[in-house]
Ligand binder design. Structure first.
Ligand code: IMP
Length: 429
C-alpha cells in the first residue's frame, strides 16, 4: 500500500480538505510534514459545526485514523492545546494524535521576532501570517531550536532556551527596541503546557515505516503550496519550509521510494495571500467576482485573497517539481456564469514568449500573461457527479487544463459539500 502526498499546486488554499474527505475511510494515517499554524482549514464536524484547524491534521475527525504532526512541522504549544481543547469540547476523540519527538517547538520569541521583522521591512514585507513560522525555522537551521523531545528533559530545555535568548534578547532590545524576554518564565510556561501533550510525543518516523510494512495507507498532507516553497516558490515571498512533494519525505521520515502517488490540488483559478508576484492577478471587477463567488478569505488570518485566472505555467511547473501523478481540480463551480474563461498559457517577458517558469525573480515580476479564451458555461454544475454530467464547454475547459498541466485530472470539485466531487479515476486503484 502506498504513501500518498497531497500538495497544493499553486499558492495554497486550493481546497485540500476536499481530497482528504474523498480519501476518507481508505487512509489509516494522516501526517503533516511541514509548516505550522500558518496553515488553516475549516472542517465540518459530525454534528454539522464548522471548526477551523491550523495545526492538527484534518484526519482527527475520522475515528480510525492516526494523526501525526511530523518532524518537519513547527508546533506552537499554546495553539496545539487550544485546538485540542476546542475539539474535545465538541466531543471529538483526540487520543489518536501523535507528535514527532523531532518536531520543533515555536517559542514566544519567534512570534515577537516575526512581527517586528515584518514591521521593520515596511513595504518590502513578506506579508507573513505573523505566527513566528520563519523565525522558528531559522532557529532549526541555525541549530538552536527547541524540539518536542526537549520537554522530556527539563535541564536540556532550560539550557536551550537560555542560549537562544542570549541572542534573541539582544536583537529584540537593541535592534527593535522591545522588551527582553525571561528564560525562566518561558521554560516554566512550556513545561506547564507540556503536561497537556508530552504523552503524545513519539518516534513517528519508525511508526510510519512499520505502518507501511503492514500495508497501511499513509497520507502525507502538505500545507501552503508549491509556489510558497522556500526552494521552488516565488522566493523571497514564500514560507520557510518545503511544501513540495520532496519535503514530504524529509518532514515525515518516510523514505521517498515509498511514495507512489502525488496528488496535486489545483484550483480552477488562482489565489494568493500575502505579498509577491502573481502574473494573472486581476485588479478589476472580474477579480472581485472570483473572490465573492469563491468565498476567498483566509482561514488563518481572515485576509482577503488576491484572485486571478488559471495559470498553466504554474500548473506545469507544479507537475514537474512535485512529480504529480494526479490532479484534483477544485472549485470548478465558481467559474459558472462567465461568458468566456481565460487561461494563461504562457508569459510574455520583455517582448519574448516564455512557456516555462522564468529562471529569475526579475523575470517573474515582469511576466505578462498570454491568455487563451475558452467559452464559458451558464449551467449550475453543483449537482454533476460524473464528467459527462458537465456541460461540454466545462468539460473542454477541464481537458484543456489537463493538457496544459501535463498530469491527469482525476477528480473535480463542483461545490463545498463532501459529496460534490466528480471522480474520473480512482487515485488509489
Ligand atoms: P509565513 O508562512 O507566515 O512565514 O508567511 C509567508 C508567506 O506564506 C505569506 O505570503 C503568507 O501569506 C503565505 N502563507 C502562509 N501560510 C499560508 C497558507 O496556508 N495559505 C496561503 N498562504 C500562506
Amino acid at each position: 500500500m502506498p504513501a500518498i502526498v497531497l500538495i497544493g499546486a499553486q499558492w495554497g488554499d486550493e481546497g485540500k480538505g476536499k481530497a482528504t474527505d474523498l480519501l476518507g475511510g481508505r487512509v489509516h494515517w494522516v501526517v503533516r510534514y511541514q509548516g505550522g499554524n500558518n496553515a488553516g482549514h475549516t472542517v465540518v464536524l459530525p454534528n454539522g459545526d464548522h471548526f477551523a484547524l491550523h495545526l492538527i491534521p484534518s484526519g482527527i475527525l475520522t475515528p480510525e485514523v492516526t494523526n501525526v504532526i511530523g518532524n518537519g512541522v513547527v508546533v506552537d504549544p499554546a495553539v496545539l492545546l487550544d485546538e485540542l481543547s476546542g475539539l474535545e469540547d465538541r466531543s471529538v476523540d483526540t487520543s489518536r494524535l501523535l507528535i514527532s519527538a523531532d518536531a520543533h517547538l515555536l517559542m514566544p520569541y519567534h512570534v515577537a521576532i516575526d512581527k517586528v521583522t515584518e514591521r521593520f521591512l515596511g513595504n518590502r514585507k513578506i506579508g507573513t501570517t505573523g505566527r513566528g513560522i520563519g523565525p522558528c525555522y531559522q532557529d532549526k537551521i541555525a541549530r538552536v531550536g527547541v524540539r518536542a523531545q526537549d520537554v522530556l528533559d527539563e535541564s536540556i530545555l532550560r539550557r536551550k532556551v537560555e542560549a537562544a535568548l542570549e541572542v534573541k534578547n539582544q536583537i529584540l532590545t537593541k535592534i527593535y527596541n522591545r522588551r527582553a524576554l525571561d528564560a525562566d518564565q518561558i521554560v516554566d510556561g512550556v513545561l506547564e503546557q507540556a503536561e497537556g501533550f508530552k504523552h503524545r510525543i513519539a518516534d513517528t518516523g519508525l511508526m510510519l515505516g512499520n505502518a507501511l510494512d503492514r500495508d497501511e495507507v499513509v497520507l502525507l498532507e502538505g500545507s501552503q503550496g508549491t509556489m510558497l516553497d522556500v526552494d521552488h516558490g516565488t522566493y523571497p515571498f514564500v514560507t520557510s519550509s518545503n511544501p513540495t512533494a520532496g519535503g514530504a519525505s524529509v518532514g515525515s521520515g518516510v523514505g521517498p521510494t515509498r511514495i507512489t502517488v502525488v496528488l496535486g490540488i489545483l484550483k480552477a483559478y488562482t489565489t494568493r495571500v500575502g505579498s509577491g508576484p502573481f502574473p494573472t492577478e486581476l485588479f478589476d471587477e472580474q477579480g472581485a467576482y472570483l473572490a465573492k463567488q469563491g468565498g476567498e478569505v483566509g482561514v488563518t488570518t481572515g485576509r482577503a485573497r488576491r484572485c486571478g485566472w488559471f495559470d498553466a505555467v504554474i500548473a506545469r511547473y507544479a507537475t514537474r517539481v512535485n512529480g504529480i501523478t494526479d490532479y484534483f481540480l477544485t472549485k470548478l463551480d465558481v467559474l459558472s456564469g462567465l461568458e468566456t474563461v481565460p487561461i494563461c498559457v504562457g508569459y510574455e517577458i520583455d517582448g519574448k514568449r516564455i512557456d516555462d517558469m522564468p529562471m529569475t525573480q526579475t523575470d517573474i515580476h515582469h511576466a505578462m500573461p498570454v491568455y487563451e479564451e475558452m467559452p464559458g458555461w451558464w449551467e449550475d454544475i453543483s449537482e454533476a457527479r460524473t464528467f459527462e454530467d458537465l456541460p461540454k464547454t466545462a468539460r473542454d475547459y477541464v481537458l484543456r487544463l489537463e493538457e496544459l498541466s501535463g498530469a491527469h485530472i482525476s477528480c473535480i470539485g463542483v461545490g463545498p459539500g463532501r459529496d460534490q466531487t466528480i471522480v474520473r479515476r480512482d487515485i488509489l486503484a
